[in-house]
Structure formats: C-alpha cells, structure tokens
Design a protein around this ligand. Structure first.
Ligand code: ZN
Length: 496
C-alpha cells in the first residue's frame, strides 16, 4: 500500500486544511502581540476562538477516525514516512476526542478569566486573587488527565501533550541526578562570577544599532530573512505563519545590548528549526516539530553553546564595535565573562545557565505534588517560598517574585516546564555529537562560520519533522536517549 490509498489522501488533505486554519491563527496571534491597535482586542479574541473551534471540529469529525482506522487496518511499512504520519494522527485524534467538548470549553473560559486574575494578582503581589482560579484550573487538569488516561501519574497524561512518550518517573530520575550535580558546580561558578562586575556592559546602545547587529548575527548563523522577520514584543517568541514565513520577536533595553541579542539568538534557534522543516510536508506530522523539548534544544544550542562560547566574541567583538563603539574598551574575554555571569535570582526567565534548571525542577516537583493531591493550592505560596530557598538559596518575600511570577499556570499549562530542561540536556547532547561527527567544526566556529553545524542539525533533526518520536530522534541523532551527562560536562568545563 502507498500514499495514494484513499483514506490516507483524505487524511493528508484534512491535516493540511487544519494547518491553513491554524497558521492563520498563528499570524493573527502574532499580529495581536505586535501591531494590532488595542481596540481590536475583543474582535480578535472572538476570531481566534472561532478559528480554534473550527480546527478542532475539522479534526474530531467521526470520518477522520474512520480514515485513521482504515489506514491502520491496511498498514504501511512500519519504517515508512506514511506510517509516521498515521501514528501521529492517531495520537492527536485520540487526545482531541477523549476530551468532552464541555470540558474543553470550560477549560477555555476558566483560563481566560484566570489570566486576567493572575495579572492583577501579580501586580499587587497578592496570591488570594489568583487562588480560586488556580484551584479550578488544577481540578480541570485532573479531569483532563482522567479523560486522557495514564498508568502511573496524572502528570504523564499532561506531559504527553508537550513531550510525547516521556513520563514523570523518567524526569524524576533525570532530575535526581541533575540537582546535586548543579549544586556542586554552583559554588565555583559563583566564585568566578564574583570577579565580573555586574555592570560591565552597562552603556548606551541605540535601538537602531542593536537591530542592525542582531540582524547581522542572526543572518550569519543561517536565519533566512527572505523567509522571516523580527519585530518587537514584551515577551519574545517565534511563530510560523507557514513555509517561508517565520516571525521572531524580541525586546530591547537601551542600556544593555545583550538583552535583545541573546533573545534573538534564542528565537533564531527556534526559527532555524522551523525554516529547516520539510516544506513539502507542511501541515502534516512529517512537516512538524518533534516536541517542545526538541524545539527548545535548538534555541538553547545557539544561545548557550555557540553564543556564550569564547570563540563567539573572539569573532564578533570587532564587528560589534562597529555598531557599538564603546565596546572597544573591552576585550572579547570580558564580553564572554559578562554573558556567562552566574547569580541566583528569583525569576526563571532571567536565570543564568547553571541555576536555570533548578527553577524547572522546583516547578516540576510542585506541579506533581498539586496534581497528585498532596499539596493544596491554598498552601502553595508558603510551600513555594520554603522549597525555593532550599533549592536556590534566596528568601522570597513577595508572591510576585515567588509562585505568581510566571504566566503558564494562569494559562492552565501544567506539565510544560520540564520541556525547558529537556531542551538544555538535548542541546548539550546534540552539540557534543556534532563535535565528534564534524571535523573542523570548532575551527569554523572560531571564524564565524556556522554552515557545518547548521547542516548537521538540518540532517539529524530538522528534516525529519515528527517522523520519529522525540526520544527515538535523539537516539538516532546522538546514539542515546536524553541524559544529563553532556549538559553537566559542559557546565563543569565552563564554570569549574
Ligand atoms: Zn524557547
């Protein structure tokens, strides 16, 4: 049997139709965050709700289930691209149809209100305002997990939506290794960083110069500006409106050019992945990213392994000086030291490379405790503050810097955070493998040549889309499933 099989053709057609609808939503959401005038918000929210409902209806139609069943009955060769599409369509269809429409709608309504309540609560640093909303969202997430089904923990059912095939128990094993190892690295890293003045890079960096420099760097690592663009938002993101149209966003601080530069490098990493997905498979699993943990590995790889490596500033320092003449007073090694400064902080999104994963481990543990019913939402702030001090060593004095800092819970997203750490681990593992497989890679990086690395990532990761589940992809690319070994090795090499 081949791809001309009727039900397969219809599924592919339907999958593409849904992609037309969802990519239109992506673009409208991008516009909402960038250029939409404020008074357009109510209509846009309605428009987006309609489109997501439309995509959901198109996918959960009974006939889609019948097409998938027909494909499974006929059977494609197990290692064929078609079999991969059918596998993922089944996964997506089951996840979408196991949830009753009433639950999905209730979830949407609850989180719309929760998001507003969270904003207010954070502004006033007052957990009480957000508490009833989080209680509802937690309960709905438990119901969701029950509908989706799980063997060990309700957490698994939610995690599976972001990182197919990974279980909470596997994360626990990884994190048990990671936590004490990071603790052991931290001491020496802090000592080194104490010698680097906090305000070393403080200066005046005009917006236009930052934009020009960022663009030069993003283009050099391979981001195609004929197939993408950069705009400004409060929270940086990467959004794909379709093949040949990838939108990155960033934010600027005129006193610190690295604030926008490293966020552009991060988002460009996501963008390179999107631009490297096979366009001919757009709208099907073969043309989609493998998972959030794989996506994040691409952004982290460019941001941390390339742009925080001494070779990066050896090459880019003279070019940066053309945009920002005041950098002439600094040596490349000082720039490297400044962008690798380690200091424990309250907010995850501002965390350095060493302490970042501690924030994720903390959240993972708290989410599991809440979902499995051992931690009541009412006790969250006190629990957070105590656990945070134990984990990161800082005393939290206000909820805005504690359990209210992050938007994810207000969106009802539980099970999402671990993908950030998986991204860090995958990035180090992929980078280590690229170094052994590509002779001349290091020498090229020192000259600001990134083709060899990008080519390797295209070949091992990007071009496969969702052909393989994420852990299978990691095995094929690096010879082993995700482990903490390479990440810890990198941290030790850099900070000890
Ligand atoms: Zn990211």
């Amino acid at each position: 049997m081949n791809k001309t099989f009727g039900p397969y053709r219809r599924l592919r057609q339907r999958s593409r139709e849904i992609a037309f609808v969802s990519s239109a939503s992506e673009l409208l959401s991008w516009d909402l965050e960038t250029y939409m005038p404020p008074k357009g918000l109510d209509f846009r929210a309605e428009q987006l709700a309609y489109l997501s409902g439309q995509a959901h209806r198109l996918w959960t139609a009974k006939t889609v289930g019948a097409w998938i069943a027909a494909c499974e009955q006929q059977g494609f060769a197990s290692d064929s691209p078609e079999a991969a599409n059918v596998r993922e369509w089944r996964r997506g269809y089951d996840r979408a149809t196991k949830l009753p429409a009433a639950l999905v709608e209730k979830f949407e309504r609850t989180r719309a209100l929760a998001r507003e309540a969270w904003r207010e609560a954070r502004q006033r640093s007052e957990f009480g305002t957000f508490r009833p909303h989080l209680e509802k969202l937690l309960d709905l997430n438990r119901q969701k997990a029950d509908c989706l089904g799980f063997q060990e923990s309700p957490y698994d059912a939610l995690l599976d939506g972001y990182e197919p095939g990974t279980r909470a128990s596997q994360l626990r094993t990884l994190f048990q290794e990671l936590r004490p190892a990071i603790g052991a690295i931290l001491g020496a890293a802090l000592e080194r960083s104490a010698a680097v003045p906090k305000d070393l890079l403080q200066g005046h960096y005009p917006l236009a110069a930052q934009q020009a420099f960022n663009r030069e760097v993003a283009a050099a690592i391979g981001f195609d500006f004929e197939a993408g663009r950069v705009d400004a938002t409060t929270h940086p993101f990467c959004s794909t409106a379709g093949p040949g149209d990838c939108r990155l966003t960033t934010r600027y601080r005129e006193t610190d050019f690295t604030y926008s530069l490293y966020s552009i490098l991060h988002e460009s990493g996501h963008g390179l992945y999107e631009q490297g997905l096979p366009a001919e498979h757009f709208g099907t699993p073969l043309g989609s990213a493998a998972s959030l943990g794989i996506h994040e590995s691409q952004s982290r790889l460019w941001e941390n392994h390339i742009a925080r490596h001494p070779a990066f500033w050896e090459h880019w320092h003279p070019i940066a000086c053309r945009h920002f003449p005041e950098l002439k007073a600094l040596a490349p090694a000082q720039l490297t030291a400044a962008v690798n400064r380690v200091t424990p902080s309250f907010i995850r999104t501002e965390a350095d490379q060493v302490t970042y994963d501690l924030h994720i481990i903390l959240r993972f543990e708290i989410e599991v405790e809440m979902l499995e019913g051992r931690l009541a939402v009412a006790d969250l702030p006190a629990y957070w503050n105590e656990a945070f001090e134990k984990m990161i060593g800082l005393k939290v004095t206000k909820d805005a810097e504690g359990c209210l800092q992050d938007i994810h819970w207000s969106l009802g997203d539980l099970g999402y955070f671990p993908t950030y750490t998986l991204g860090n681990l995958n990035a180090a593992q992929l980078m280590a493998r690229a170094q052994t497989e590509c002779p001349g890679l290091e020498a090229g990086l020192a000259r600001g040549e990134y083709n060899l690395l990008l080519g390797w990532l295209r070949d091992k990761v990007h071009r496969h889309g969702l052909r393989y589940p994420p852990q299978e992809l990691m095995r094929l690319a690096t010879g082993e499933p995700t482990s903490a070994v390479h990440h810890l090795l990198c941290l030790r090499r850099k900070f000890n």
